[in-house]
Write a protein that binds this ligand. Structure first.
Ligand SMILES: *Cc1c(COP(=O)(O)O)cnc(C)c1O
Length: 390
């Protein structure tokens, strides 16, 4: 079946939906067992989507987890209270004291904090690597390297990683490859076709798609499934049924939303590229985005997220821009229906490698589902304010 068809039907097993189109939202902690025989049966089938106790999940969870496996791949899926909790769960499940982690230098900022402030304290050592390293990652592997963590495109600066090349080297050395596939959502990048062993989604972003819930997911292969399942249960990870319901609803329209985010994103990005004051437009579909050739080979398209840099500028000029934008609002996160703009990233502090020392101020945009020409008009008037403040 084609992706569009799978998206409509994913997770809608009759054993979860009954006669309704959608899976009911179960609000449950205690699950009642009618007899000792039934209780024993539940215990026996515990990892087989049977109801046991709220923390183990209800049909609301089981259906969404099934849908994620159908659409992203892997053998099993678990849910977490937010994307960062999923990153944390993935790393803590497969790393132990004394292990070494290879982390992409352009990872999401809070993931970096987790490595430097928590994993370090647990005796797990992190080395940051260049997102464009590809098969050269081989030279950074140590005896105790257990995980290579990827995120493509890179956070804010949008470098594309050669995931197949990294996966090949990793597997030759019995190392696990993880990806933070949030940019890839369920449409733009197919992680398991490119060799990863585990994929993380901040479902908060495009999967929920409406900026009204926080949720994380991990899918992984059969080889790693039991360890992930057990660890996540021992750590008490679960997510609220209402939030899962919003994510399940988000799935049904994700293809159409991504297509529109992509089309409008490209239109806005092309307009920006023509502006004299703009230096780089860091959009994976543009040739000057680092790793663009790999993006063309491996990705199924782009979405509404990209960055650009000005030739010159200072905080006051960027402030004038952001304060005067009317449709691009200022706020963290992305992937909802609304447009966002953000700046003041401290890339020198957020990177170990000197990748981004030589550029003017950077602005990251999330192009939402507004009319693209209205968004361009908004940027045009905002940039006038930026220029006046220079
Ligand atoms: C937002 C984000 C996260 C964290 O997700 P939350 O749900 O906000 O915790 C992790 N990785 C990436 C790439 C993100 O953009």
């Amino acid at each position: 079946m084609k992706k569009d068809t799978k998206i409509v039907h994913a997770g809608r097993n009759k054993k979860y939906t009954g006669q309704a189109v959608n899976v009911p939202v179960y609000h449950a902690s205690t699950i009642l067992h009618d007899s000792v025989a039934q209780l024993n049966d539940s215990i026996k089938n515990i990892s087989n989507n049977s109801m046991f106790y709220g923390r183990r999940g209800t049909p609301t969870h089981f259906a969404f987890r099934d849908a994620m496996v159908e659409l992203e791949g892997g053998h099993g899926c678990l849910v977490y209270p937010c994307g960062l909790a999923a990153v944390n769960a993935a790393l803590m499940t497969f790393l132990s004291s004394g292990d070494h982690l290879l982390m992409v230098d352009t990872t999401y900022g809070p993931t970096r904090n987790l490595c430097n402030r928590v994993l370090k304290r647990m005796g797990i050592e992190t080395t940051y690597y260049d997102p464009l390293i590809g098969a050269g990652i081989k030279d950074l592997i140590q005896e105790n390297t257990k995980v290579i963590f990827t995120e493509s495109p890179g956070s804010v600066t949008m470098e594309i990683q050669d995931i197949p090349a990294i996966s090949k080297v990793a597997h030759e050395n019995d190392i696990m490859v993880m990806i933070d596939n949030t940019y890839g959502n369920l449409i733009n990048f197919d992680p398991y076709a490119h060799g990863v062993d585990l994929s993380i989604q901040a479902a908060t972003k495009y999967i929920v798609g409406h900026s009204d819930a926080m949720l994380g997911t991990i899918t992984t292969t059969e080889k790693h499934w039991k360890r992930l399942y057990d660890h996540s249960y021992f750590m008490g990870y679960t997510a609220a049924p209402d939030d899962i319901n919003l994510a399940m609803r988000g799935i049904r329209t994700i293809k159409q939303r991504i297509k529109q985010h992509e089309e409008s994103g490209l239109k806005v990005a092309k307009w920006l590229k023509e502006q004299d004051c703009v230096d780089l437009v860091l959009h994976p579909a543009f040739e000057d985005c680092p790793g663009h050739e790999i993006w063309k080979r491996d990705f199924n398209g782009s979405n509404g997220l990209f960055s650009f840099t000005f030739n010159t500028g200072h905080d006051a000029a960027i402030t004038a821009l952001l304060d005067n934008l009317k449709l691009f609002r200022m706020g963290f996160s992305w992937g909802g229906f609304e447009s966002l703009a953000m700046s003041f990233y401290n890339l020198k502090k957020e990177r170990d490698l000197p990748l981004w020392n030589n550029y003017g101020p950077l602005v990251r945009l999330h192009v939402g589902l507004e009319d693209a020409d209205d968004l361009i008009d908004d940027l045009a008037q905002g940039i006038e304010h930026y220029k006046k403040a220079l």
